[in-house]
Structures are given as structure tokens and as C-alpha cells.
Design a binder for this molecule. Structure first.
Ligand code: AMP
Length: 217
């Protein structure tokens, strides 16, 4: 099963993509995670990407296309994958279409998770995570027992540097201008399925599983 998850930042696509990938037993490929790792390791690509990420802008297609192209060629993608955060521009979508043709792969479905700016902004600005064990929290909806301390391992929680109100506005603008048009691109290919991302996590998940594997739940 080869899937793409589209949606604005904070729509829940990362959470859902990870869970669906685990359920299907295929790799979860998040370009945001790959870029953050490259930034932390200070690789040449990471150094180039850092300022774009920090200001909420998309990193240039030339850079992310190489990173994604190399990842999708790896053997573990042959049985399937869930793409989370790629493609995000028409240049990336064209590159992906060509790459999949080269690899004789076909996409199965594109899941487009919809949520309003008000909802995503509140979600993103309250997000906290544990850099040690990866547990995630929200200051309003799932706060830790002790303020800013991880329930699981006692580490101090952190906020992603691009999860501020100012950067969220820039990320949303990039989404509206460059990524939202991809919904039409995949609609024309007959691959697009829309999901309401404002419902609670379990409901969104059930709706997605019903789309990708009808009658399984
Ligand atoms: P995410 O974790 O998916 O919200 O991505 C965080 C940031 O990484 C984005 O705001 C972009 O700066 C960058 N990024 C992630 N994926 C892409 C992509 N496909 N194209 C360009 N920039 C990306």
C-alpha cells in the first residue's frame, strides 16, 4: 500500500500517518523528521534547510527532492510506504510521479486531512514533546502531570522551534499557496480522499482506515 498524507501543519497528518504505517507494516516517511535530523546532525543539507524551517518556509525542491528520492529507492519501500509531508509543491509532485514511474510503483491513495487555521494554530502552539523518549503532550488537551516534565521518563519537555504563532502563520501561508493545489492534482488522478481533521484522533483514524481498507474496522 503506497499512500500520501496531505494537510496543513497541525492537521494531525503526522500522528495519523505514523499510526497507519505501523498498522500496515510499511515505512512512515516524514520529510519534516528527516530534515530536523539533518539539521541536528549539521549535514550539508541540514545546514541549508535550517533557516527555511525556522522561518516556516518550504525548503527548496532541489534539496528535498534528492532526500526523498534516495529514501524511496530503498528496499523497504518496495512493499509500500506512507509519505507524510511530501509532496508539498507541484515541483515535488511531478518529481514523485516520475520517480514512481521509474521504480514501476503506483500510488494507491492520497488522504487529505482538512482543518481550519484556528484549530491548527491552537493545536500547534500548545504542542510539547519529550526529546528523550518521544512522548508528546498538549498544554490544554493532554498536559503532563508535572508542568513541562515528561510523565514517562522525567525529562524536561520541549517545544519545536517552528511551533510559535508567528511561524505557524508562515507555514499555513506556504501550505495555502503551494501545497493546497496538490489536492486538485491528485483529484484529477482519481486518488484523493478527504477526511475531517477536526474530529478527535480516534475518529479521524477510524475514518482513514475505512478509506484505505474498507470493511476492516
Ligand atoms: P513538518 O514536520 O512536516 O511540519 O515540516 C517542518 C518543516 O520542514 C516545514 O515547515 C518545512 O520548512 C520543512 N519541510 C518538510 N517537508 C518539506 C517538503 N516536502 N518540502 C519543503 N519543505 C519541507
Amino acid at each position: 500500500m503506497k499512500l500520501i498524507f496531505l494537510g496543513p501543519p497541525g492537521s494531525g497528518k503526522g500522528t495519523q500517518a505514523k499510526r497507519v504505517a505501523a498498522y500496515l507494516g510499511v515505512p512512515h516517511i516524514s520529510t519534516g523528521d528527516m530534515l530536523r535530523e539533518a539539521v541536528a546532525r549539521e549535514t550539508p543539507g541540514g545546514v541549508k534547510a535550517r533557516d527555511f524551517i525556522g522561518s516556516g518556509l518550504l525548503v527548496p525542491d532541489e534539496l528535498i527532492n534528492i532526500i526523498l528520492g534516495e529514501r524511496i529507492e530503498r528496499k523497504d519501500c518496495q512493499k509500500g510506504f506512507v509519505l507524510d509531508g511530501f509532496p508539498r509543491s507541484s515541483g515535488q509532485a511531478d518529481m514523485l510521479t516520475k520517480k514512481l514511474q521509474e521504480l514501476s510503483m503506483t500510488l494507491d491513495k492520497v488522504i487529505d486531512i482538512i482543518a481550519s487555521f484556528q484549530v491548527i494554530s491552537e493545536r500547534i502552539c500548545g504542542r510539547r514533546s519529550c526529546p528523550n523518549c518521544g512522548a508528546s503532550y498538549h498544554i490544554l488537551y493532554s498536559s503532563p502531570e508535572k508542568k513541562d516534565i515528561c510523565n514517562e521518563c522525567g525529562n524536561s519537555l520541549v517545544r519545536r522551534s517552528d511551533d510559535t504563532e508567528e511561524v505557524v502563520q508562515a507555514r499555513y501561508k506556504e501550505y495555502m499557496e503551494k501545497t493546497m493545489p496538490l489536492s486538485d492534482y491528485y483529484k484529477h488522478k482519481g486518488l484523493l480522499y478527504t477526511v475531517n481533521g477536526e474530529l478527535d484522533i480516534e475518529e479521524v483514524y477510524k475514518n482513514i482506515v475505512n478509506i484505505i481498507l474498507p470493511k476492516m474496522l
